[in-house]
Design a protein around this ligand. Structure first.
Ligand code: C2E
Ligand code: MG
Ligand code: MG
Ligand code: MG
Length: 280
């Protein structure tokens, strides 16, 4: 509060802050409306097994069709959606939509869905997952849930218990962005993940940074010793493909193999000869 008649800094009008507050409020309003009207879309990015030149699955990636700003990536709205809780209905829609789309794909092709920390609280994630699988007629073995370390920090015991139950139902559990958090290693010891996804920052710097290469090797060893599949993310060049293969990475994901694409493009991506690209 301002002191009697004084020109306290608290009272000064800060147009920049006001601007930021306004656009934040606008984003919240737009997001809530987008949930009502269903203004979200999915994109699917292939994961390729480079030893067999085959697409093994797709990661489902969320987009928001904003009325004025066009198609927005998660970096533009995910954090706010988390904060206001909109991610819970959005996340449910993502699961339903991804399972529905994946049910049309060939039998061996999986779908990976990102799960937000907030989705672990509130309503029972098991019921949402089971409901989405059932409605789509998708076997649980074809769904993989990707979680980040932030989700595991919130309420460890309850979260790990939920993960165990989900896994027991046949759904795969992957640890996303591995190596970027503070305690990636301790989580891997605590839970038998089906897959580790090496964060793309390590791939991006593997040529220039000896530390990144060391992490890449350590994660490959971890996967082999703990029986967890490993995927490298953010693969953009043929050079990265060759080096990752040499380090024991067989499942790769990144712009080199394909951008996130609409569901209609998936059949064509599956049929496209991956070997031709990788060998080109
Ligand atoms: P993520 O789960 O690590 O997904 C991979 C991100 O890397 C995607 O960004 C993808 O487009 C991008 N990417 C793929 N290949 C390359 C590459 O070669 N180079 C570069 N530079 N980037 C590449 P996107 O789609 O913008 O998503 C960002 C993050 O938002 C995701 O990171 C994930 O954490 C989150 N996210 C996406 N969709 C959902 C969703 O449906 N639910 C939730 N809760 N989170 C989501
Ligand atoms: Mg992911
Ligand atoms: Mg990732
Ligand atoms: Mg990420």
């Amino acid at each position: 509060a301002a002191k009697a008649g004084g020109r306290s800094n608290f009272c000064h009008f800060d147009p920049e802050m006001e601007q930021r507050l306004q656009s934040r409020r606008r984003l919240e309003t737009d997001l809530r409306q987008a949930v009502e009207t269903g203004a979200f879309e999915m994109r699917y990015q292939p994961v390729v097994d480079v030893t067999r030149n085959r697409v093994t699955g797709f990661e489902a990636l969320l987009r928001w069709r904003h009325p004025e700003r066009g198609l927005l990536p998660p970096s533009e709205f995910l954090q706010v959606a988390e904060e206001i809780g909109a991610i819970v209905p959005i996340g449910m829609w993502v699961l339903q939509h991804a399972c529905h789309d994946a049910a049309l794909w060939p039998d061996g092709v999986k779908v990976a869905v990102n799960i937000s920390p907030r989705q672990f609280r509130g309503q029972d994630l098991r019921e949402v997952v089971a409901g989405a699988l059932w409605a789509a007629g998708l076997p649980p073995q074809r769904l993989e849930l990707e979680i980040t370390e932030t989700a595991l920090l919130a309420d460890s015991d309850a979260t790990f218990d939920l993960l165990h139950r989900l896994r027991a139902s046949g759904v795969g559990i992957a640890m996303d962005d591995f190596g970027t958090g503070y305690s990636s290693l301790s989580h891997v010891r605590r839970f038998p993940f089906d897959r580790i996804k090496l964060d793309r920052s390590f791939v991006a710097s593997m040529d220039s940074d000896a530390g990144s290469l060391a992490v890449i090797r350590a994660v490959a060893g971890l996967g082999a010793n703990l029986g967890m599949a490993i995927t490298a993310e953010g693969v953009e060049t043929e050079g990265q493909v060759e080096r990752l293969r040499a380090e024991g990475y067989h499942e790769l994901q990144g712009y080199y193999f394909g951008r996130p694409s609409p569901a209609e493009a998936v059949p064509g991506i599956i049929l496209r000869p991956q070997g031709a690209r990788a060998a080109a």
